[in-house]
Design a protein around this ligand. Structure first.
Ligand SMILES: Cc1ncc(C[n+]2csc(CCOP(=O)(O)OP(=O)(O)O)c2C)c(N)n1
Length: 328
């Protein structure tokens, strides 16, 4: 596992913290709103995994692309999905990113390079390859990140995508968020490799397992990967070790998760640890960080109210933007 205290500039640390605070606040709000009965939706909590997209997004520009999965609201938000557009889509309203037709599992926002959220396990990778191939052909300097879980690394599309990306030297970064579970199946019960990063060797690409709780480790390795991709040197596989604090989906009975392992992971929650580090190292004061968090709560209040006041789509909306030729 790549780890260590890579020094990253104070401004970047604060940038990563802002993204993490947004992600954590949003997840807590989503679960609260569902519990209140104001909104009904399928919800896959990403709580515990905030560091990974926060540190990676700090290496990307708005023009770079990402593809992610149903448990990917954190990936989208970290790269700039506006909260109001997100919440209107969660609520299935016309002001949502997909005009209310996508819902929480199908978010898209091309203005920030957020190209697809998919519910088909493993399918973020071949789509990312397609985007990266278009960047290679257009020579547009964009990098594409494909996010996926550890379970997805056992799907054929993972292997086919790594192979082709390596042969064609595509500007793509494959980021596995190894949260130790695929739905209700523990890692060891479904995955032959001790480390998913080892699978990169079979496809001749740089690969590493990194501590997904360490903003500096994720940032350092992702930056190298982005530089390699932009220089035309091809793909990278990153396996970021993390833990899913909640069950697979909201309402899931998580009795299949080892209680001691879960308690230890929550005890090692990277958010309060990073927050304390920023204060100790003088990057920010307690009141500055509290102001960031309070600002996020206000934005969330506004986003939820905006979403629930937004109109429902009209029936005619069902056919719009679905087929190449609009039906009468
Ligand atoms: C092709 C396919 N097979 C099975 C499923 C059912 N399914 C939904 S989530 C999931 C587990 C995926 O786990 P992982 O890739 O580790 O992602 P995580 O949910 O942990 O983020 C499965 C098997 C699916 N959606 N798509």
């Amino acid at each position: 596992m790549i780890s260590g205290n890579f020094a990253i500039p104070a401004a970047v640390q604060l940038d990563i913290f802002r993204r993490m605070a947004l992600l954590k606040g949003n997840d807590e709000r989503a679960r609260k709103v569902i519990r209140s009965g104001r909104l009904v939706m399928p919800y896959y909590s990403y709580r515990g995994q905030e560091v990974i997209p926060s540190a990676i997004s700090a290496c990307l520009t708005d023009d770079d692309y990402i593809c992610t999965i149903y448990r990917g609201i954190h990936d989208m938000l970290a790269k700039g999905l506006p909260l109001k557009d997100l919440w209107a889509e969660l609520a299935g309203r016309v002001d949502g990113t997909c005009k209310g037709k996508g819902g929480p599992m199908h978010l898209t926002y091309p203005a920030k390079g957020l190209m697809v959220t998919t519910g088909i396990v493993g399918s973020s990778l071949p789509i990312a390859n397609g985007l990266a191939w278009s960047s290679q052909l257009e020579n547009d300097d964009r990098v594409t990140v494909a996010y996926f879980g550890d379970g997805a690394s056992n799907i054929g599309a993972f292997h086919e995508s790594l192979n082709l990306a390596s042969v064609w030297k595509l500007p793509v970064i494959f980021v596995c968020q190894n949260n130790r579970f695929a739905e209700h199946t523990a890692y060891e019960s479904g995955t032959s490799a001790d480390r998913i990063a080892d699978r990169g060797i079979a496809y001749s690409m740089p690969a590493a397992r990194v501590d997904g709780n360490s903003p500096s480790d994720v940032y350092a390795f992702a930056r190298e990967a982005v530089e390699r991709a932009r220089a035309g040197e091809g793909p990278t596989l990153i396996e970021a070790m993390t833990f899913r604090f909640h069950g697979h989906i909201f309402g899931d009975d998580d009795s299949y998760m080892d209680k001691a392992e879960k308690a230890a992971a929550i005890e090692a929650d990277p958010y309060p640890i990073f927050r304390a580090q920023l204060i100790e190292s003088g990057v920010a004061t307690e009141s500055e960080l509290a102001a960031i968090e309070a600002g996020i709560e206000t934005q969330l209040d506004e986003a939820v109210d905006f979403a629930l006041a937004s109109p429902w789509p009209e029936p005619a909306e069902l056919k719009r933007d679905v087929f190449e030729e609009e039906l009468a």
